[in-house]
Design a protein around this ligand. Sequence first.
Ligand code: ADP
Length: 719
Amino acid sequence: MSRIASVLLPMPLPEAFDYAEPEGMELQVGDQVAAPLGPRLLRGVVTALREAAGGNRPLKLIEAKLDDPPLPPGTLEFIQWAARYSVDSPGSPLAIATRGARAPKARPEKVMELTGAAPARMTPARARVLEAAIKPLSPADLARAARVSSSVVKGLVDDGALVMRLIVPEVRYPEPDLALAGHPLNASQAAAAEALKAMVREGGFNVALLDGVTGSGKTEVYLEAAAEALARDPAAQVLVLLPEIALTQAVIARFESRFGARPGEWHSDVAPPMRRRVWEAVATGGCRIVVGARSALFLPFTRLALIVVDEEHDSSYKQDEGFIYQARDLAVARGKIEDAAVVLASATPSLESLRNAETGRYRWLKLSSRHGVARLPDISLIDLRETPPETGRWLSPPLVQAMVETFAAGEQTLLFLNRRGYAPLVLCKACGERMTSPDTDSWLVEHRYTGRLVCHLTGFSMPKPDKCPHCGARDSLTSIGPGVERVEEEARGLFPQARISVFSSDTVWDAKEARRLVASMADGEIDILVATQAAAKGHNFPKLTLVGVVDADLGLRGGDLRAAERTYQLLAQATGRAGRKDRPGRALLQTYAPEHAVMQALKAQDRDAFVEAEMAEREIMKLPPFGRLGAIVVSGPDPQALEAFVRTMAEAAPNAEGVEVYGPADAPLGLVRGRRRKRFLVRADRTVDLSAYLATWRARVRPPGAIRVSIDVDPYSFL
Ligand code: ADP
């Protein structure tokens, strides 16, 4: 009897395709196979096997079973779950889950090895080469180590004393050393660590919210939970998720010193061959600790026992392009599938997690003070209406005064402005023309370092022109508003002797550069750091005592569901960078709205009051976490066809109790890359299966060729 294999392919197809299993292949669920699709051969994964009932139409044969580790059942189940939740095809999360398996293998390297035979002739130079060749080195490295020319090495090869081999360098993930001890914990840390360890010991799925002020030692505490998980089961694996690549290094270093073993590292900046190794080591149980960015959640863990989501409130966990998902929520789902413990850690937890803690769905562990003598910084507001900066400047006199004092005391300042580049807008003084991105509702941002105007939405860029493209006036283009580069320029003018750096995703290209900058800040080699949120999160800078928030109102302007929450979280994080060691810190927030609830809560350091007010508002509106939201963005190049289609779509919306549909409306971002955009917003009660509702709706309509429908469950962007 032959069998039929359902094979999921890493593409946006609605379901797995059936193939015939060739005689003798003996497939199992989870196996990676090469399967033909049209003229192509694709890497897919077997999701089900069944006996063929005779009389079926002939199926294509699977081409080959690949010699790569299979996807464990938990990973497969998670992929299916994630696809259903996000109302997407399972091929999309599968593509993320198998990215590591599809990465190229490391290429073999040439190394020189001793054969054991003595050379016919010995010279001092040759002796040095033979001595250095105890270690396998490349021919060039060997010559360098022995301080000889390459001809000496070649001579020894000709003589038969050395031989060249090709080896694939092996990377091992050593077993964590569980005999090592962590730092002695203070009383509240010890209590939280005990509670987490008990949760891990109990086994099974459980979620804890580790709610501790910045610098309270949350990392120390979850390291103990990891130790417990690793000790309880020799095959157990631990995953730590972080929102920013720049944060991974510090956490990796802390795991390395706690367990004497380097964890696997997973994010977009890890070179493909290395990614492949991590993937394989995770799939075969050889790597027990992974520290990574959100996509690490899709790795093929064989026995996942603990997931930590650090900075769980961070909106970087929401991926809103391609496969749309919120990694914090999916981490909880994966924990459930794998029967694992989940720890969500933050100083400013999301309202969703706080609500789950309040209602007892999550255990709630609190750390209310900083470790040791460190105190939380004093926070004051600078009312920009009363003490404005000079025209064309962005730092107000009280902030400059504080910077003068900080610099004089040999301490560090962080100027926080969540805006990349030099100026967010360039306009023509002569005709008023604003420089916008082609076919897109988005301003071009001026970048002075590169001399270009850049669209942060589409990536379009052009050199800054010397005359207005609209009216042709020369030297009429003016930069409006500040970005980090402009604040740096101002700081340089004020403090010519200070060492000043900028930290934003434009100036810090990769993990290595981020590491270098974070290290030099931590070592006190920088006096003033001007930074976007890339540097405002999680880091420990012992000599940082002043945080200046250049534009505290920036995040409030969007006015979307989470504007106030996000602003509160971001500014609490940014101000929380100050005074993390023995020196007291302070934070100054420049604002035009000092009376706003967010500013008042920050000033009073009264998170609970802010949360309570925000929760009450959301409850009245039945918005998350008291209800669910889904967004549908429909886009197309032709306005009339788009209008006709969204009308059909509106009529096709299913009627369901506890669900309201708003729209279609023009999206605030009405035009992107020449495509018009329309939005629907769906609000549902918590008891409604919103994913199922959206899936039903979408199945009722068939968008014509050029029109795209994108569904976002629990949207973070309302553009
Ligand atoms: P959080 O994650 O809550 O911001 P961290 O775990 O990063 O806090 O701790 C802040 C700083 O205090 C770190 O430098 C950490 O090494 C140190 N620290 C925290 N707890 C302890 C402890 N029990 N013993 C020694 N150092 C500690």
